[in-house]
Design a protein around this ligand. Structure first.
Ligand SMILES: Cc1ncc(C[n+]2csc(CCOP(=O)(O)OP(=O)(O)O)c2C)c(N)n1
Length: 278
């Protein structure tokens, strides 16, 4: 069981991060933002930054820090919200999202000063980089972990399986992937686009697999993350977290239309009201 104090902290931070996602995305105006993909992953990202990872916002390059790679880079609003709430970036910087000359682009761009480990956004690539980082840690006998957030649609990418098999071959048990299984991609549901049993695929690739039914429940997510962090199975680990795309905003939940788009004022006001009354 996850410690109650940690669960409470992650829930509190998750609520703040949801508000940050809405604020940043709205401030981006006509440039739009990926709302649904960020909101489904909030408890996973909050759980990592506030409950699991060894990291220090005052020392982003600390040698033994755990690494976070957001392979589903289009969901960067969740990442930037975590960087804001932990103190890697200021609120003022947060509001520059997608602005001219901002370092907070529409997909994460490596910037170690502010805790952004890996450039990502071309789906699958971040995961392959994470596998390489875990292998590098093994070579150097470093004992930090590498956590990598992947989308369920992203699991359709060939590079995922090439890298996954490689990670199993090299027994990268310092690598923990979390699949945000929200069931909705860019142009359809994951079932419609490619109806495959990803649990079986990860197992066949040689990974330890755990499925979390409550992927938007802080306690369930923390328990799974702790279990994988403490496991010494000799295999890389994957948590398949069943989540809801757009979680927390009624008109975004399960919606293809809110994968990515601008947010008109009336929707912003409704979203803020819903979060304030949650
Ligand atoms: C290699 C590559 N192909 C296509 C895209 C365009 N794209 C951006 S998000 C997305 C859907 C991703 O779906 P999923 O992994 O399920 O993540 P979710 O948005 O549901 O969180 C696609 C196809 C991309 N970023 N990279």
């Amino acid at each position: 069981m996850a410690n109650k104090k940690t669960v409470d902290l992650v829930e509190e931070k998750a609520a703040l991060m949801r508000r940050d996602v809405i604020e940043m995305g709205y401030a981006a105006g006509g440039r739009g933002a990926h709302f649904g993909p960020a909101l489904s992953s909030i408890e996973i990202v909050a759980g990592l930054f506030f409950g699991i990872m060894n990291h220090d916002p005052k020392n982003p390059t600390m040698a033994d820090r755990d690494r976070f790679v957001q392979s589903k880079g289009h969901a960067c609003l969740a990442y930037y919200a975590a960087l804001t709430e932990t103190g890697y970036i200021t609120r003022e910087q947060m509001y520059t999202f997608k602005g001219d000359n901002s370092f907070l682009a529409g997909h994460p761009t490596r910037n170690m000063k502010y805790g952004i480990e890996v450039t990502s956004g071309s789906l699958g690539n971040g995961f392959a980089v994470a596998c390489g980082m875990a292998k590098a840690a093994k070579i150097k006998s470093d004992d930090h972990k590498v956590y990598c957030l992947v989308g369920d649609g992203e699991c359709n990418e060939g590079i995922i399986w090439e890298a996954a098999m490689n990670a199993a071959k090299y027994e990268l048990d310092n690598l923990i992937a979390i699949v945000d299984r929200n069931g909705v991609q860019l142009a359809g549901t994951t079932k419609d686009i490619m109806d495959v049993d990803i649990e079986a695929l990860w197992r066949a690739a040689g990974w330890d697999v755990v499925v979390v039914e409550g992927g938007n429940d802080a306690s369930s997510v923390l328990e799974a993350l702790q279990g994988m962090r403490d496991s010494s199975s000799g295999k890389p680990h994957v948590i398949i977290a069943n989540t809801t795309k757009g979680k927390g905003i009624s008109f975004m939940e399960g919606s293809l239309g809110w994968h990515a788009r601008p947010m008109p004022q009336e929707f912003y006001e409704q979203a803020v009201a819903e979060l304030e009354n949650a």
